[in-house]
Design a protein around this ligand. Structure first.
Ligand code: 5GP
Length: 176
């Protein structure tokens, strides 16, 4: 399956979650067996090529791609969670949203010191979410210098923001 064929499976929903936003909906991609398999395979190849020792995914859509990639490569999966979900003491980071703030949490024992962790999420927009996850994983001891996304909304500048933080961002599908 070509990248254009995979891209065509992503549904675009206008005015979600608010008027004027074009939401790129990956549920149609993960709901398509051949499309999902092709996307996971291509992302897993990229993670393998940069020497991933573990895959971290951001709750919730990053879990879908991240866990599939980790399993494909025989690597462990690190959960970057929304607040209050983990049953152990956590490392937490607050980060700014367009309106207000949000929090991500990780179990510090989920990562080994110096372990090369590749971060995965469904979509890169401004990069704020991914940057917070990178910072959190680094505090937990991980080496994080690569992040993989099914979709890169490249006009929003997330890739450049991540690059300034020492992270090479790689989006499988580029959308305006
Ligand atoms: P950022 O922090 O890079 O601005 O936003 C990326 C985060 O918001 C990701 O965790 C992603 O799941 C979510 N997100 C923002 N816009 C979209 C979108 O159009 N489609 C999807 N599927 N997720 C989005």
């Amino acid at each position: 399956m070509t990248l254009d064929e995979i891209k065509a499976i992503v549904r675009t929903v206008p005015d979600f979650p608010k008027p004027g936003i074009l939401f790129r909906d990956v549920t149609t991609l993960v709901g398509n067996g051949p499309g999902f398999a092709a996307a996971v395979e291509l992302m897993a190849e990229r993670a393998r090529a940069v020497g991933a020792e573990a895959i971290a995914g951001i709750e919730a859509r990053g879990f879908i791609f991240g866990a599939a990639i980790a399993s494909r490569l025989g690597l462990g999966f690190v959960s970057v969670r929304k607040p209050g979900k983990l049953p152990v003491p956590v490392l937490a980071i607050d980060y700014a949203l367009e309106y207000g703030t949000d929090t991500l949490e990780v179990d510090p024992e989920a990562v080994a010191e110096g372990q090369h962790v590749v971060l995965v999420d469904d979509l890169l927009a401004t990069g704020g979410t991914a940057l917070a996850a990178v910072e959190l994983l680094r505090r937990a001891g991980a080496r994080v210098d690569h992040a993989l996304f099914a979709i890169d909304l490249f006009e929003l500048g997330g890739g450049e923001r991540l690059k300034r933080a020492g992270v090479a961002a790689d989006g499988l599908l580029a959308f305006e």
